[in-house]
Design a protein around this ligand. Structure first.
Ligand SMILES: Cc1ncc(COP(=O)(O)O)c(C=O)c1O
Length: 390
């Protein structure tokens, strides 16, 4: 809820009911926020997709949908992914979900019990930590470096525990921006087969690559039967449509689609899938991704340049894609001490400890370069500098 002063000199309080999850006050620059910018959400494209869909005289998409997700949509999605990933994707290996967050919740609730162990990267996506904690899972951190998860740390932990699954964001990771090297991907697959655990690969940023093409996604390893890859329209189209997919083996998909949840409610988003299909088929999604890549590449480059010149004492490795920069604060400064000073100067970031299953990483902050235009990003860096030197 928020109250606003109306314009035109008249002092009148307006009452607004909430619509978006987060709203940033106009005088505040929240460099921590990992959402797309409102003005980059493709309203016209969605309007046309919806119009196409609603002008057909076939109301099938208003019926309970087929459990695995609209077959025509999966076909279009498979074609799109085959192009984007560079290898053939079979629509039978896709299961439609309302976003990766729900996918993570479903995987955890179908394949684990409270108390089961799950390996997570240290650091990792803060809300994945929350989803796993909600379901009573025991989180074991696996150390990482700038090429992603450290195989030695994984092996050490495998000598002590076999997890139900390893949750990993292999490409343009949230929060670190790092990408797991091809060799480590192969080693990880080998270890998962040897020790019998699933790899749950959250590949939401894979298609947002600005500098170098990343190694093949984990989606290319699903034939082995123990990889579950997740993707989403949230970062490449719009989060509000709540649409994503799981790509995995038929056996795992069968577990989802024969569940009471799916039998009761049918497929998980038939109406929106149908709209998204027309956007895929007209090349709209490819167009949108190309536009985002060009805008985000420029934002990253301006943000990176500003951080380099204004805050040389902060260490980070510039990412090749995605949304985030994971910066190490100057020696002796902790995120929790910096935050009140930054708030006073009207600039925000996400403290590193939010991304640690152990509450560690206080000496890091997560910054996002996609939400603001370059000039505002630069102003944000100037405020951050002031707060560090206050
Ligand atoms: C790594 C990661 N996974 C999942 C999500 C959420 O995805 P969705 O909107 O598809 O639920 C995010 C959003 O920030 C994310 O960064």
């Amino acid at each position: 809820m928020c109250w606003k002063l109306s314009g035109s000199g008249e002092v009148k309080l307006e009452f607004h009911l909430p619509v978006t999850q987060v709203s940033v006050p106009p005088d505040f620059i929240d460099l921590g926020l990992g959402d797309p910018q409102l003005s980059l959400l493709p309203l016209e494209m969605i309007r046309q997709g919806a119009q196409n869909c609603l002008s057909q005289n076939d109301p099938s998409f208003l019926q309970y949908g087929t459990n695995q997700g609209d077959g025509y949509f999966r076909q279009s999605l498979a074609k799109f992914l085959s192009n984007g990933y560079g290898f053939p994707v079979d629509p039978d290996n896709l299961f439609v979900i309302p976003g990766v967050s729900m996918g993570l919740h479903l995987i955890s609730s179908f394949f684990t019990h409270p108390g089961d162990k799950v390996f997570v990267e240290e650091p990792t996506y803060l809300y994945a930590l929350r989803i796993f904690a909600d379901l009573g899972l025991q989180l074991i951190p696996i150390q990482t470096d700038e090429n992603g998860i450290l195989i030695e740390s994984l092996e050490e932990n495998l000598n002590l525990n076999t997890p139900k699954f390893l949750y990993i964001i292999p490409t343009f990771q949230n929060p670190s921006g790092c990408t797991l090297s091809h060799d480590r991907r192969e080693r990880l697959i080998g270890l998962s087969q040897e020790h019998g655990f699933f790899i749950v690969a959250d590949e939401v940023y894979h298609l947002l690559s600005y500098r170098e093409t990343p190694p093949k996604p984990f989606a290319s390893y699903t034939a082995g039967g123990n990889v579950i890859s997740l993707g989403s329209f949230s970062k490449i189209l719009a989060p509000g449509i709540r649409l994503g997919w799981i790509q995995t083996s038929q056996a795992i998909i069968n577990r989802f689609i024969t569940s009471g949840l799916l039998e009761s409610g049918g497929g998980l988003n038939p109406f929106v899938s149908s709209i998204a299909r027309t956007i895929l088929d007209t090349g709209g999604l490819d167009e949108n991704i190309a536009k985002l890549i060009s805008i985000y590449r420029n934002r990253l480059s301006r943000f990176d340049a500003a951080l380099h010149s204004e805050l040389p004492e902060m260490h980070y490795k510039a990412p090749m894609g995605g949304y985030f920069i994971w910066a190490r604060l100057p020696e002796g400064i902790l995120a929790r001490d910096l935050q009140p000073r930054a708030n006073e100067l009207r600039v925000g970031f996400r403290p590193g400890n939010l991304f640690s299953s152990q509450g560690a990483k206080q000496e890091y902050i997560r910054l996002c370069f996609v939400f603001y235009e370059p000039d505002v990003l630069e102003q944000g860096v100037a405020r951050l500098k002031q707060s560090l030197h206050a």
